[in-house]
Design a protein around this ligand. Structure first.
Ligand SMILES: CC(C)(COP(=O)(O)OP(=O)(O)OC[C@H]1O[C@@H](n2cnc3c(N)ncnc32)[C@H](O)[C@@H]1OP(=O)(O)O)[C@@H](O)C(=O)NCCC(=O)NCCS
Length: 136
């Protein structure tokens, strides 16, 4: 999957925040600490720094959801993180993002903090971010 395809999928995903551009994905993927996993119509971008792993984004094409793609990618990323010595995985998710919150709960993530009005959606609304974590 190319940075262009990633930005296209991000745009199609119905993201409430500004979709990342092709050049943003290109720069991200060129960064040492970044790991990228994909399957057809879905991808995950994460970061590995010492004992900490962080999921930066997981995106599945709207037509191919509830097929276990996000779960598969997250499990792959956690395994890679663990294999290089990470012991915790973090992420931020909008409080109103019910599908993502259910997904992460299901995978054993729990809330460790909140960032008030962290997200500014393209329609001008704001939302808090939950900071989630999991021991891996
Ligand atoms: C959130 C998202 C990544 C989930 O991808 P997905 O491939 O459909 O998720 P999975 O099929 O792996 O779902 C695994 C579990 O998560 C939960 N889940 C996922 N989507 C859900 C939904 N819409 N409603 C309720 N539970 C949901 C369920 O527990 C599901 O297990 P089940 O299908 O056996 O019941 C996808 O909806 C998406 O791309 N959303 C837009 C981008 C986004 O918000 N990304 C997260 C950024 S933090």
């Amino acid at each position: 999957m190319t940075p262009f395809e990633m930005s296209k999928l991000h745009l199609l995903s119905g993201s409430l925040t500004r979709p990342w551009s092709e050049s943003e994905y290109k720069n991200l993927l060129a960064t040492d600490t970044i790991r990228f996993f994909y399957v057809e119509n879905a991808f995950l971008v994460g970061r590995l720094v010492g004992s900490d792993a962080e999921i930066l984004n997981v995106i599945v094409h709207p037509k191919y959801r509830r097929l276990g793609k996000a779960r598969y990618l997250i499990v792959k990323f956690e395994a890679e993180a663990k294999s290089v010595g990470a012991s915790r995985c973090f992420l931020e998710v909008a409080e109103s993002n019910n599908s993502a919150n259910t997904l992460y709960n299901d995978l054993g993530y729990f809330k460790i903090g909140q960032r008030k009005n962290y997200y500014e959606f393209v329609d001008g609304r704001k939302d808090n971010a939950s900071i989630l974590a999991k021991e891996i």
